[in-house]
Each structure stands twice: as C-alpha cells, then as structure tokens.
Design a protein around this ligand. Sequence first.
Ligand code: AMP
Length: 513
Amino acid sequence: MPNHLFDQIAQRMPAAKAPFAHLPDGRTCSYADVLAVSARFANAITALGVKKGNRVAVQVEKSIEALMLYLACVRAGAIFLPLNTAYTPAEIEYFLGDAEPAVFVCDPSTAEALRPAATKAGTKLETLGLRESAAKSAGSLLDKALAASATFSDVDCGADDLAAILYTSGTTGRSKGAMLTHENLASNARALVETWRFTSRDVLIHALPIFHTHGLFVATNVILFSGASMHFLPRFEPAQALSLMPKATTMMGVPTFYVRLVDHPGLTREATAKMRLFISGSAPLLAETHRAFEAKTGHAILERYGMTETNMNTSNPYDGAENGSRIAGTVGFPLPGVSLRITDPETGTPLAADEIGMIEVKGPNVFKGYWRNPEKTAAEFRADGFFITGDLGKRDARGYVHILGRGKDLIITGGYNVYPKEIEGEIDAMPGVSESAVIGLPHKDFGEGVTAVVVPVKGAEISEKAILAALEGRLARFKQPKRVLVVEELPRNTMGKVQKNVLRDTYRHLYKT
Ligand code: AMP
C-alpha cells in the first residue's frame, strides 16, 4: 500500500547488495538488510498491537537496530518518538504521560528503573540493547524482530500523516512534542540531497546521536534518499573520524566536532584529501573555527541552519560562481521550497536587508504543530502560515542569513536591546580568548546587566579589566558588559549548544538585586 515516506526511500534504493551502513564491529548493513530488518521490526511492533497513529517511544543506545526501528514505525504507520539517552526516569515519566505511547522501548539495563513510569502510563515495555553476539539476547524487542517475518505490507500513509514526534530540548519550561509528517521529512531530504549534491557514491561519517533531528533525519534520510552509505559510529572521536576520512566523502557534525578536529595534530590537507564536503549545524560555528579548519585542510565547512520543528531551513551554497560562496558566520540561503523572512518581533512586519528581527519560515519542511498543545501551536504561527522560529537574525544585502541568537537570549538593559552575538564577536576576536557567552542577569537599575562569560585559550592569561578596557570605544556604552567572568569552559548540551539558561541560573545573584 502507498506509504508516502517509505515509498520514496524504496524507490531510490540502489542494488540490494549495496552497503547502507558500515558498523563499528565490522559488520555491514546492506540495503537488502534495511528492507528485511525494518520489516521484521514492523512485524514485531504490529504484533504488540501498534496501529497507525500510535506512538512508539524509544530511549536506547545508538545502534543500527534502533535506526531500523525508526523505519519500521514509518512502514507500520506508527509515530516514532526518540528520547535523549540522558533523560532521567522522572523525565521519562513526563514524556510517557504526555505522549501515551503504545510501546516504550528502552535499554535492557534501564528496564527496571523505567518500568514504573511505563506502568503508570499504561504503556507496554520492551527492550533493545547493543548486540554483542548472536548467542546473547540484546533485548525483548530484538528477539521478537528476529523471530518475525522479513516481509511486511506497508501501512497506507499520506503526506500529512505523522512519522515522528521529537520533543524540543526545552530550555525554557517543559519540552513540547513537535509533530513531523511524512512529507516534512521527505521534502527536506530531497532538498538537502539536491543542495549538497549527494549521490550513491557518497560515504558519510555519521557520529551524531540518533535521538535528535540532525543525526536521525538530516544525516540518515539524506543517505537513504541518495542510496549512499555511511560509517555509523557510536560517538565522535577525532582520531577515529580522521582514520575513516580516506574511505569517506562527507561528514556532518556539530561545531564541537570541528573544534576538536582543529585541535588534533592529524587534521591535515592529506588526511582530508578524499573528502568532498564537511557540514556543520545545530549550533553556531565560530568564524574562527571555520577559518582554522580551512587553513589546515583547504575545505570550507558548509554551515546550515535548522531546528526540530522545521527540519533544515537554510544552507550555505555548495559552490561558487552563480550561487556565491560559503561564508563563515552565516547560514546561507533558504533551501528549495522554503520561504524565510525577517520580521519585527512585536508586530510581525517584514524588515529590510540588514535589519535585525525574528526569523520566520514557511514551507513543506515546517511541522504540523505541538503534540496536544493547540494554544502553543497557534501562538507560534502567523495568520499566513509562517512559523515564528524564536531565532533572531538578519539577511544581508546578498541574501545570506545571519543568526544572532535565540530571542529569549536577547538582553534588555535600561530599555535598550542588546544582541549577545555582537558582543561575543568582539570578545572572541581578542587575543587569548577561545570563546564567550554574553547573557543578561537581573540588575536593579538596568533590569538586566550585560555579562560576559569568557573562556581563555589554553595557557593564555586574560583578565576582566583587560577585556573591559578593550571593549571601551568599540561598543556603545549600554552594550559594554558590566562584568566579565573568566571560566574554564561553557556548559553545553549533547548537541554542542551553549546552555545560556544554565549560566543565567548559576550567576543569577551576581548583581545582588
Ligand atoms: P534543535 O531544535 O535542538 O535542533 O535546536 C534548534 C536551534 O539551534 C535553532 O533554533 C537555532 O537557535 C540553533 N541552531 C541550529 N543551527 C544553527 C546554526 N547553524 N547557527 C546558529 N544556531 C543554530
């Protein structure tokens, strides 16, 4: 039967024997295996009673079987709901209560701790672990899948049916489930394959987690939609990634991957000579990292911008001439089919080039809404269908999009708006500075006091006084930090995003309001 997303994957499949994933233990998962194993899992979840529209929540270690479970849900018409492996039982209880999945799949080692949450939500509990040997069970769901048939009649699903719910990282308040349709995922995969020129000859280094849009959809769907293959790694290790580069053509990473590669003595022109493309996203890539990587390898990292709710929105151009080139510190142009505008955050009125405002997007990539939260969904869409991303940015005269941070990170001090990125840019350019985060902290005179948290490069000495002195004359007085705190490192989440909410919380009493 027609299944909107899986049919497009199946139509693009190369020869059955062609590799899909090279695994860390030396096994290869072929495209024939993709069909057979996803069918087995689809049969296994169907036998558990999963029906079209039911949620299947999953908190497991990264494995090829977990990826096949995603495809199995698509084929069975179920809604795949991946959960960050770092979530605690209390957090899992919230997600299960909110999503009411028919089945919850967790690692065998966490099953006992999570069983009460599953029972409370009335959800069946299954396990899926890492397969160490054919003799040892790696979980109840895998056992069921191995015993099931390797053919499956795909459940009828249209473009608008849900394929997945991904919970947002929830840096303010409780996280919300973003509902993603078959066409949201398919349209984005097609746009990215075209923009980044993926073909069946490509081999991707996949070292991202698969509970997040980046590793799950961007990386995996691009490979499936181009019939390409990947080295599927449990986590990112610079030495391992470097050793695979002669056998690969592309890598997708978060900025921290590139920071760590730049620090590695093995990163050279020769080591990367076979690679055709390095892509970065999920958090801002420092222009300095972009330049250092290019100086060492000759490769200009291609930066793109997206989010859980919208899939990918923009990308730097693949290559020069008519399209311009990859510009450090920008996220390029809207992808084919995506409309993007910058608006006044209060009124929604579109702004001119170079004016800073709210980034809004519209297109087949944009999600259907927040799960069981029509009020929040309504609040984040304009009447004409544009989604209010919550990111502040601008488009320059050439049309490149620049991200200036999350709207909630905007600082309002003495009635003036201060965009942290502008100040971070000034501080990051100073000698001895590795990176910085500028935040607003409660202040009795100004409402918020501009505060810089700065990380020195290893071995360098930097002082609050010197930084403040250097900023004087470079920035209007209201933008100058009231305090500069020197720290060893910034708090980051698994996707490499600096957690400004954690910094705001840690230093909330700095100005003794
Ligand atoms: P997530 O939903 O976890 O993927 O987070 C999405 C958010 O990450 C976006 O709304 C942006 O704030 C940020 N983000 C993603 N890509 C970039 C990028 N290339 N540069 C700056 N911020 C980014």
